[in-house]
Write a protein that binds this ligand. Structure first.
Ligand SMILES: Cc1cc2nc3c(=O)[nH]c(=O)nc-3n(C[C@H](O)[C@H](O)[C@H](O)COP(=O)(O)OP(=O)(O)OC[C@H]3O[C@@H](n4cnc5c(N)ncnc54)[C@H](O)[C@@H]3O)c2cc1C
Length: 605
C-alpha cells in the first residue's frame, strides 16, 4: 500500500506538538491534523510549565531534543526554582508563561517544520485493515493514510463542559468537542474507555484587582532554564499571593448543592492533587486559608489566573466568593471557571512505546491516556512520535526505562498499573530520584537522543565536551581527596559554587551542580545499591495475609496507602508498586521479618 504519510498525529495540543515535531525531525512524512490550527499549543488552564516532578520531565524533553523547552525559554514571564531548601534531586524549575506568545510560537514553529503538513479538520474514525492502522477519516469525509496514527485528543473526546447545573458539549472553553463517533470507533476497535474530569478557575480582569493588598512573590534570577545553553533571564513579571478566608468558605458551603460535582451531574474522576475549591472546602472543612497564586496569563493581556481555586460553581456563586478574597473585593470575572468531563482510554492497554497492544500502528499520548498536565502530555507525545516514526520505518522501538527518566517512570506506571484518577507526576513516584535529577537530564538521555537523530550536531558537540569535563573532574577530585574532604570543601547541605568553580572554572553552572550532586549523593547511592541487592535477595519473601500495611513507621502515608490498596503478596510484587524506593522495600522487609518472628514467638508460647 502506498501511504500519504508515514505518521499522522491527531491533535495539536502539548502531546501532539511533541509527537509531530519528533516524527518530522526524524524524517517521517508527518501530518498534524487538528480542530484549529490557530489554537495549536493553547494552555486552557494554568499558564505555567514545570514545577517539582513536572520540571524534571521538561528537562528530559530538552535532553531528548523536544520543542516544549525551546518554546518556554522564549515566552516566559516569570522564573522560579521550587524547593530550593531541599536537595538538588527534588528541586523543580517552574516558568510562568505568556500563553498567547507560547501558542503563537508553537504554531509558527510547526508551520516552518520540514516534513510536516498541518491540516485543520476533525478526525472521526481511525481506519484499520485486519485490525492494523491504515489511516484516518475526517468528519468532512476526507481520508488520509499512514501506517501509524497517534491520537492526542486531550479533553476533547466526548467533552462536556459544566458550569453550575448547566452543561453542554465542548472540548474546552469556546471550542467544539471531537467529532462524535471517535469514541465509538475506539470502542469498536476493542478498547476499554473511561471518563475523567478536570476544571479551571475564573479569569479576573487585572485592573479590577488590588495588588497592594497581596503578598509579592519574588522571582528568581537564574543563569539557565530548561535548555542546554545558558540563558539570561530578564523582564520578569510580578506574581502575587493571596488566600481564601472564612467568608469564602461560607459562600461555597452554602452553595455546594449548585456544584455539579456534588449534585451528581459530574461522574468522571477528578485529579486528587489538583482539587477544585469545592473539593478543598469539603475535604478540609476546618481550613479557611487556601493559597491563591495570582498569575498573569500574558505580557500584554488583561486576564489574571487565580491559581488554586478551580471551580464549576455557577457564575453568580463564583463572583460572590471571589469578592470575599483580599485584593479581589472589586474583581471582575472576565471568564467564568468551569469543569470538563471527557473520554479516555485505560492506559494498561498500551505497550511501553504507547502503542495500543491490540491495534498495531495506533499510538495514544497525553490526556487520552488518563494523565493531566502539559508536561506529562508532552513527554508522552515525544515517545509516541519517536516510536511511530521507528515503526513506520521498521526500526527497533525506543523505550525509556524508569531507572533512567521520569518519562520512563510515568509510562511504566501508566502501562503496568493503569490509572484510577488523572495522573500527574511527582518526584515520589520515582524509586531512584537521587539519580533522576534536573541537572543530569542531558547526561542521562542526550546520547540516546543523538543516536535517534533528535539532537543537532553543534549541541551534541558541546554536550559531549561538558560530559567529559564532568567525568574527568570527578575522577581527578576523587583521586586527590577523600569523600569527607570533598563534602567539607564543597558544602554539606548545598553547593558552595564559588569554591567548586575555582577547581573547574570552565564548567557551566549545570555541570557544577552535577559534579556536586555526584559527590554529595555518592554514599546514598552506594547504600541504595546495597538496598537493591537486599531486595533482590528477599524477592521471594511472602507477606502474611493479615499484615497491616497502614502502620509502618518510617514509610510515607502515600506508600502505606498504596501498599494497603494493592496488598502485595510478596516482596517481588511490592517492588512493582510505583514509588517503592529501595529504602522503602528494605524497611518493608525488616517489618515483615519482625512480624513473622513475633508470630512464631507467640505460637511457641
Ligand atoms: C478546563 C481545563 C482545566 C485543566 N486543568 C488542569 C490543571 O489544573 N492541571 C493540569 O496539569 N492540567 C490541567 N488541564 C489539562 C491540560 O490542559 C492537559 O493535560 C494538556 O493540555 C493535555 O495535552 P494534550 O495534548 O493531551 O491535549 P490538549 O492540550 O487538550 O490538546 C488536544 C488537541 O487535540 C485536538 N483534537 C481533539 N480531538 C480531535 C479530533 N478528533 N480531530 C482533530 N483534532 C482533535 C484539539 O483541537 C487539541 O488541539 C486542564 C484542561 C482543561 C481543559
Amino acid at each position: 500500500m502506498i501511504y500519504d504519510f508515514d505518521v499522522i498525529v491527531v491533535g495539536g495540543g502539548h502531546a501532539g506538538i511533541e509527537a509531530a515535531y519528533a516524527a518530522a525531525k526524524m524524517g517521517s512524512k508527518t501530518a498534524l491534523i487538528t480542530l484549529s490550527i490557530e489554537k495549536i499549543g493553547l494552555m486552557p488552564c494554568n499558564p505555567a510549565i514545570g514545577g517539582v516532578g513536572k520540571g524534571h520531565i521538561v528537562y528530559e524533553i530538552s535532553a531528548l531534543g523536544g520543542l516544549m523547552p525551546k518554546l518556554c525559554t522564549k515566552t516566559y514571564l516569570q522564573v522560579r526554582m521550587l524547593n530550593t531548601r531541599k536537595g538538588p534531586a527534588v528541586q523543580g524549575l517552574r516558568l510562568q508563561i505568556d500563553k498567547y506568545a507560547y501558542n503563537t510560537l508553537a504554531r509558527e514553529t510547526l508551520k516552518q517544520m520540514p516534513n510536516l503538513t498541518l491540516i485543520e479538520a476533525g478526525v472521526q474514525e481511525v481506519l484499520t485493515e485486519n485490525n492494523a492502522v491504515t489511516g484516518i477519516k475526517t468528519n468532512a469525509g476526507d481520508i488520509h493514510t499512514a501506517p501509524t496514527v497517534i491520537l492526542t485528543t486531550g479533553t476533547f473526546l466526548g467533552g462536556r463542559i459544566h458550569v453550575g447545573l448547566e452543561n453542554y458539549s465542548g472540548g474546552r472553553r469556546d471550542e467544539q468537542a471531537a467529532p462524535a463517533g471517535l469514541t465509538q470507533c475506539l470502542k469498536d476497535l476493542g478498547l476499554r474507555m473511561g471518563r475523567l474530569k478536570t476544571g479551571t478557575p475564573p479569569r479576573l480582569l487585572r485592573d479590577s484587582l488590588d495588588f497592594s493588598k497581596m503578598e509579592y512573590q519574588e522571582p528568581d534570577v537564574l543563569s539557565s532554564l530548561f535548555e542546554f545553553y545558558p540563558h539570561k533571564v530578564e523582564n520578569t513579571r510580578a506574581c502575587y499571593i493571596t488566600h481564601t478566608n472564612q467568608k469564602t468558605l461560607d459562600v461555597i458551603k452554602r452553595n455546594l448543592d449548585k456544584s455539579p460535582l456534588y449534585s451528581g451531574h459530574i461522574t468522571g474522576t477528578a485529579p486528587r492533587y489538583c482539587p477544585s475549591i469545592e473539593d478543598k472546602v469539603s475535604r478540609f472543612p476546618e481550613k479557611a486559608a487556601h493559597h491563591i497564586f495570582v498569575e498573569p496569563e500574558g505580557a500584554s493581556h488583561d486576564e489574571i489566573y487565580p491559581n488554586g481555586i478551580s471551580t464549576s460553581m455557577p457564575y453568580e456563586v463564583q463572583l460572590e466568593y471571589i469578592r470575599t478574597i483580599k485584593g479581589f473585593e472589586n474583581a471582575i470575572i472576565a471568564k467564568a471557571g468551569y469543569a470538563i468531563e471527557y473520554d479516555m482510554v485505560w492506559p494498561d492497554q498500551l505497550t511501553s512505546t504507547l502503542e495500543v497492544k491490540s491495534v498495531p500502528g495506533l499510538f495514544l499520548a497525553g490526556q487520552i491516556n488518563g494523565t493531566t498536565g502539559y508536561e506529562e502530555a508532552a513527554g508522552q507525545g515525544l515517545v509516541a512520535g519517536v516510536n511511530a516514526h521507528l515503526k513506520a520505518h521498521n526500526q527497533a522501538p525506543f523505550i525509556l526505562d524508569r531507572t533512567e527518566s521520569y518519562i520512563g517512570v510515568m509510562i511504566d506506571d501508566l502501562v503496568t498499573l493503569g490509572v484510577d484518577e488523572p495522573y500527574r507526576m511527582f518526584t515520589s513516584r520515582a524509586e531512584r530520584r537521587l539519580i533522576l535529577r534536573q541537572d543530569n537530564a542531558f547526561l542521562r538521555l542526550t546520547d540516546r537522543a543523538y543516536a535517534l537523530g533528535l539532537i543537532e550536531e553543534d549541541l551534541y558537540r558541546d554536550f559531549t565536551a561538558e560530559k567529559n569535563l564532568i567525568y574527568d573532574t570527578l575522577a581527578q577530585l576523587r583521586q586527590k581527596y577523600t569523600q569527607a574532604q570533598l563534602i567539607k570543601m564543597f558544602g554539606e547541605f548545598e553547593c558552595d559554587v564559588e569554591t567548586l568553580k575555582a577547581h573547574v572554572p570552565q564548567a557551566s553552572e549545570r555541570a557544577l551542580l552535577t559534579i556536586y550532586a555526584e559527590i554529595r549523593y555518592a554514599p546514598y547511592l552506594e547504600r541504595e545499591e546495597k538496598e537493591v541487592a537486599k531486595s533482590k535477595q528477599f524477592q521471594e519473601l511472602i507477606i502474611p495475609a493479615d499484615f497491616d500495611f497502614k502502620s509502618l513507621p518510617g514509610l510515607s502515608t502515600e506508600l502505606q496507602q498504596k501498599l494497603a490498596k494493592h496488598k502485595p503478596a510478596s516482596i517481588a510484587s511490592a517492588s512493582l508498586i510505583p514509588g517503592m524506593t529501595p529504602a522503602a522495600i528494605s524497611l518493608l522487609i525488616f517489618r515483615i521479618r519482625l512480624y513473622s518472628n513475633q508470630l512464631r514467638v507467640r505460637k511457641t508460647i
